[in-house]
Design a protein around this ligand. Structure first.
Ligand code: NAD
Length: 263
């Protein structure tokens, strides 16, 4: 088993826990006996989830409201958790949003914000909490990347590139820290029914509904994968096969297909 054993002095830090995959990952971790620190911007939602998890599973559940685009706010997370007398044994970098549409017409500020949440925040949190895990020879990280990061993605170019960064970082760091008893699992879902698609601009909406998964199934696949110390988890058989086929497809053809499908 590669998830650390639950300990009352330790917690799983889950970003983006106010909805979707993050909420289900927090639920799955609490169900396994892990205390949680829930991080996102919507404090009321986080408080309701914390109350549910502590009463259902008897675990400690703390809430820290934080906008992860804000470097001061996210930089303070480690101190705020230490002030609670807790250490982070499990880190889940999940928070995110995705911009769709033509890159040259996109809002440049929104592109930068997307990078801050999807790339900067995981780097900062990983760098903050990984050394302690390595020192203790125990710890697990789940980075929520995406199949969007497995190839360039026309009509979600910035999102795909940001997820490619997180996927590459995860796999490399996993290779570095595995021998210290720490694992980094990149979760790469295809489309999942969540609030991510409340935005209307996302081309993934055209993917057949039969290929979409529910967030509880995705979270469970991630946690089972992390328990087995897996480097990458792609939930759902058809998506797994599709991404394997895409890897065998010449890049020029792949880009042409993806550009047409997502136009
Ligand atoms: P969601 O919108 O339900 O959840 C996103 C979470 O991130 C929310 O809690 C939101 O508040 C939080 N968040 C967004 N911006 C934030 C910020 N600036 N500061 C703090 N918190 C912030 O969507 P989801 O699908 O559950 O997304 C979770 C992760 O899964 C994202 O990283 C997303 O890219 C990834 N993902 C989603 C899908 C999908 O199809 N839904 C597929 C692959 C990967």
């Amino acid at each position: 088993m590669s998830l650390p054993v639950p300990d009352p002095r330790a917690i799983a830090l889950v970003t983006g826990a106010s909805s979707g995959i993050g909420e289900e990952l927090a639920r799955g971790l609490a169900q396994r006996g892990h205390g949680v620190v829930l991080v996102a911007r919507r404090q009321e939602r986080l408080k309701a989830l914390a109350a549910e998890l502590s009463s259902a599973y008897g675990v400690r559940a703390e809430v820290i409201a934080c906008d992860l685009t804000d470097s001061d706010g996210r930089g303070e997370l480690a101190d705020r958790i230490a002030d609670l007398g807790l250490r982070v044994d499990i880190l889940v970098n999940n928070a995110g949003f995705g911009l769709g549409g033509l890159f040259h017409r996109s809002d440049p500020e929104a592109q930068v914000m997307q990078l801050r949440v999807l790339c900067e925040a995981p780097v900062v949190l990983l760098r903050a909490f990984l050394p302690g895990m390595v020192e203790r020879r125990s710890g697990a990280v789940i980075n929520v990347a995406s199949t969007a990061g497995m190839q360039p993605l026309p009509n979600s170019a910035g999102y795909g590139a940001a997820k490619a960064h997180l996927l590459s970082l995860s796999e490399a760091v996993h290779a570095e820290v595995k021998r210290f008893g720490v694992t980094v699992t990149a979760l790469c879902p295809g489309p999942v029914f969540t609030e991510l698609f409340n935005r209307q601009d996302h081309p993934v909406e055209r993917v057949p509904r039969s290929l979409w998964l529910h967030p509880d199934k995705v979270a469970e696949a991630a946690l089972k994968g992390a328990e087995r110390g897996k480097r990458v988890v792609i939930p759902g058989g058809p998506i797994r096969v599709g991404s394997a086929l895409m890897r065998l497809t010449p890049r020029a053809l792949e880009l042409r297909l993806l550009e047409r499908m997502s136009r």
